[in-house]
Design a protein around this ligand. Structure first.
Ligand SMILES: *Cc1c(COP(=O)(O)O)cnc(C)c1O
Length: 412
């Protein structure tokens, strides 16, 4: 979980006093600690005995400065839209370092990605056919497989199950081979991404096993991409994927696979959450503390427009009162200012909240800002990246011009 340090009744994030960051940048603001991103990156890399290729999933947190930092760490990039491809290129990634894994896109968008020179990953047979007819063996391709394993406990964020729209079913491999034979497609990679929150290392291994088995029918592979699914600790004492155990078991299994395949392939992963979730703290101000007959609400100067995960997935974010970390504890429902029931955290113990206090959401690095919207015509928050004791503004808070930029006021 995202650490806040309390010294002399003052709260610190990445060794900087949070209240001072709030007065400097205003609220609400997303704060990111680059040291945590670096720590997580190294943890994952060092867990494996074989060399792994970490493709950071840009959609988790797509600020260009974060992408540049990932590049500096040595990561590649996993992208899900042509716009993320562009962003990755602007951040300094070379096309070969970027994998493009869209779903339900047109052949035109895929062609635009081909023109950029990135690795193309295809997730349905009709598109594979179109791709084959258009490019034949001239452009290498990766195929996204759905191994039908149920990842984690949440159906919404699991993508490997039978009802999922993602990937080509393992039961359709015969059809895939027909398409390849007729179009001479050059398949260089096999991919799976079964969704977030796989806790059990053995579930991961089962998925890998399925991919290794299928790989025997694809003689020209360069890489196997096992996607993501690393579970992150959102609660104080939550379980996380045991990356050390996964790394150890999977490295051994991968070596055996490579020797039976006949040559050493590259092993890709696409972590998003794992790298950035813990690095993010989202701070907002308590506008009102409102006693009703049923509860005490803390109403913030933010809402589901800036942090959608609680509403979208029933996700849990730990919450802290940054201003009075030593106050007595009371029970609150922390809600937003949006005209919806946008409860961000229900029935939480917080150090007594007064109007004007700073409230922080932990684990806000992944799918926080990248899912933010302008609903209720609110401005999207600022983002600040902290590196070696220095804070850098990496996105300005929006203003009225951002709200009206593409609107056209017509008189009828
Ligand atoms: C979203 C996504 C990821 C990252 O998932 P996390 O749970 O954030 O690690 C990886 N690969 C693909 C294809 C994705 O769509």
């Amino acid at each position: 979980m995202t650490p806040i340090e309390v010294k002399d009744n003052k709260s610190y994030f990445a060794n900087l006093p949070i209240e001072e960051l709030a007065s400097k940048y205003g609220t609400p603001t997303y704060l990111y600690d680059a040291a945590i991103i670096e720590k997580k990156y190294k943890q994952l890399r060092e867990a494996f005995k074989v060399k792994i290729n970490i493709k950071y999933a840009a959609k988790a947190l797509s600020n260009i400065s974060v992408l540049k930092f990932m590049k500096k760490l040595g990561a590649g990039l996993d992208t899900v839209s042509i716009q993320e491809v562009e962003l990755g290129l602007q951040a300094g990634f070379s096309p070969e370092e970027i994998i493009y894994t869209p779903n339900c896109v047109s052949i035109e968008e895929v062609s635009a990605a081909v023109d950029k020179g990135v690795i193309i990953n295809i997730d349905n047979i009709p598109l594979l056919e179109q791709f084959g007819h258009k490019y034949g063996s001239s452009v290498p391709v990766c195929i996204r497989i759905n191994p039908h394993i149920m990842a984690g406990g949440n159906y919404e964020i699991s993508t490997g199950h039978i009802d999922s729209k993602f990937g080509i079913s393992i039961h359709q491999m015969r059809h895939v081979q027909r398409v390849i034979q007729h179009t001479k497609l050059d398949v260089k990679g096999l991919h799976m991404h079964t969704g977030s929150d796989i806790l059990d290392v053995d579930v991961f291994l089962r998925g890998a096993e399925i991919l290794f088995e299928i790989a025997e029918d694809f003689p020209d592979l360069n890489f196997i991409d096992l996607g993501s699914g690393f579970k992150v600790s959102y609660w104080n004492d939550d379980n996380t994927t045991d990356v050390a155990e996964l790394g150890k078991k999977l490295s051994e299994r991968f070596k055996v696979f490579c020797s039976s395949y006949g040559r050493d392939l590259e092993l890709f992963f696409e972590p998003g959450k794992y790298l950035v979730s813990e690095a993010g703290l989202f701070i907002a101000k308590a506008n009102v503390v409102k006693q009703t007959t049923a509860t005490v609400f803390v109403g913030l100067d933010t809402g589901m427009n800036h942090l959608l995960r609680p509403k979208l997935y029933n996700a849990h974010h730990e919450v802290s009162n940054v201003s009075y970390p030593q106050g007595i504890e009371r029970i609150y429902s922390v809600v937003g200012y949006i005209c919806e029931s946008d409860t961000l955290a229900a029935d939480r113990k917080l150090n007594e909240v007064n109007e004007g206090d700073l409230i922080a959401f932990h684990n806000a690095g992944a799918y926080g800002m990248s899912m933010a919207s302008n609903y209720n015509s609110r401005f999207r928050p600022a983002e600040v990246l902290i590196y070696k004791g220095k804070d850098y503004l990496i996105r300005k808070r929006e203003d009225m011009e951002d709200i009206t930029r593409n609107m056209i006021a017509v008189d009828l």
